[in-house]
Design a protein. Structure first.
Length: 215
């Protein structure tokens, strides 16, 4: 294992730093959009077809338990689900959602008029609904890594990987276990191409103690 880690002192600071890294690497969309697979999404890849993610977003928007349930006379949730599944362009998706949000605000006399998350709301949803899943993936892959810049980077890899491109690979694991920082960076570079590599280099350069094979 690496002999030392660039430890982040508090849990709050670690969560904030790891989220900022995700924002840089994954990009952020405050409005709803269709991802490359045609799935209605918001934030840093929150799949809105997953009930827990949709409920979290609607909860942030102030929807009550009644409005989230099947007995809502306005059927806001059902209508939003239909709007998410209707397809079309990102602009059309956002417009459909905004119509429902505005109608609700007018009916209530208050409330959010657009289906738009602030950065703070994204962090709230992410920490409440997704963080534990991806922290668990890091722990399962390699236990014992403290809250640190290194863990924040590994966390971003866990979040960004896909089955066809496992960013937390065996080579990276072996490099960390053997204490070889340079090889660990090379392993990250092999599996991250284009803008993701450039951003990762920028992130690593903010941590002087992390040695890099690229000099």
């Amino acid at each position: 294992m690496l002999e030392t880690f660039n430890v982040i002192a508090s849990e709050a600071d670690y969560q904030a730093i790891s989220f900022l890294i995700l924002k840089q690497l994954e990009g952020v969309e405050n409005d709803a959009y269709y991802d490359r697979d045609g799935v209605a999404t918001i934030g840093i890849g929150f799949n809105l077809l997953v009930p827990a993610n949709l409920e979290a977003a609607l909860g942030v928007f102030g929807f009550s338990a009644v409005e989230l349930g099947p007995n809502d006379p306005h059927q806001y949730r059902a209508r939003i689900e239909n709007a998410l599944a209707a397809g079309g362009t990102d602009v059309e998706l956002q417009a459909r959602l905004n119509v429902i949000m505005n109608e609700r605000a007018v009916t209530l006399g208050y409330g959010r008029r657009t289906f738009t998350l602030t950065d703070a709301e994204m962090i709230s949803i992410f920490d409440a609904n997704l963080r534990s899943e991806y922290e668990g993936k890091v722990n399962t892959w390699l236990a014992g890594i403290p809250n640190s810049w290194e863990r924040a980077i590994l966390f971003s890899l866990a979040y960004g990987q896909a089955a066809e491109n496992p960013l937390l690979g065996d080579g990276l694991k072996a490099a960390i276990e053997s204490g070889d920082r340079a090889q660990a960076w090379l392993e990250i570079g092999v599996r991250n191409i284009g803008v993701r590599v450039r951003l990762m280099k920028d992130i690593l350069r903010t941590v002087p103690a992390i040695e890099r094979a690229d000099g």
